[in-house]
Design a binder for this molecule. Structure first.
Ligand SMILES: NC(=O)c1ccc[n+]([C@@H]2O[C@H](COP(=O)([O-])OP(=O)(O)OC[C@H]3O[C@@H](n4cnc5c(N)ncnc54)[C@H](OP(=O)(O)O)[C@@H]3O)[C@@H](O)[C@H]2O)c1
Length: 121
């Protein structure tokens, strides 16, 4: 869970209090992605559960002026993502920061990827 706060915008945004949960496309029930090499059901189920919490929290926090959303960082070269991943950490983080800066009350409760694309829950 990432909590960000800077200054500048009115309404819900990362310029005010915000909760950004790092999720994964693998937790999307809508996409229901298959991982052929290694079934990851516990991971996928935990991300789907986290997505539900994100959605409920977004509704609860809206009246308090706190933005809440979920973001998929892409498949990234980390210990978890392995060196086979196409994205560097720098590329993913740059994308995430751009997406965070663009968030508003219209995207509170959204599930987006590091490029700002909307993902199905
Ligand atoms: N990499 C990808 O391709 C990818 C894709 C989709 C989503 N994500 C999500 O992105 C987030 C970051 O993943 P990552 O790729 O950076 O993974 P990572 O390289 O494996 O790093 C995971 C980090 O979480 C910490 N951690 C693990 N279990 C913990 C615990 N019980 N309590 C406290 N800290 C704990 C680890 O600390 P230690 O180093 O001390 O163990 C490590 O710093 C995760 O939520 C992951 O699901 C990653």
């Amino acid at each position: 869970m990432w909590k960000g706060c800077s200054q500048g915008k009115e309404g819900l945004s990362c310029s005010r209090a915000a909760v950004t949960n790092i999720s994964s496309k693998l937790g999307s029930i809508g996409l229901c992605l298959h991982v052929p090499e290694a079934p990851m059901y516990p991971y996928q189920a935990s991300k789907a559960a986290q997505n539900m919490v994100t959605r409920c929290l977004a509704v609860e926090l809206q009246d308090k002026g706190i933005l809440c959303m979920a973001i998929h960082p892409g498949w990234v070269k980390t210990d978890m993502g392995t060196q086979e991943a196409p994205l560097t950490v720098e590329h993913s983080v740059r994308g995430i920061l751009t997406v965070l800066a663009s968030l508003s009350q219209h995207t509170s409760g959204a599930f987006l990827d590091w490029e700002g694309n909307s993902l199905p829950w």
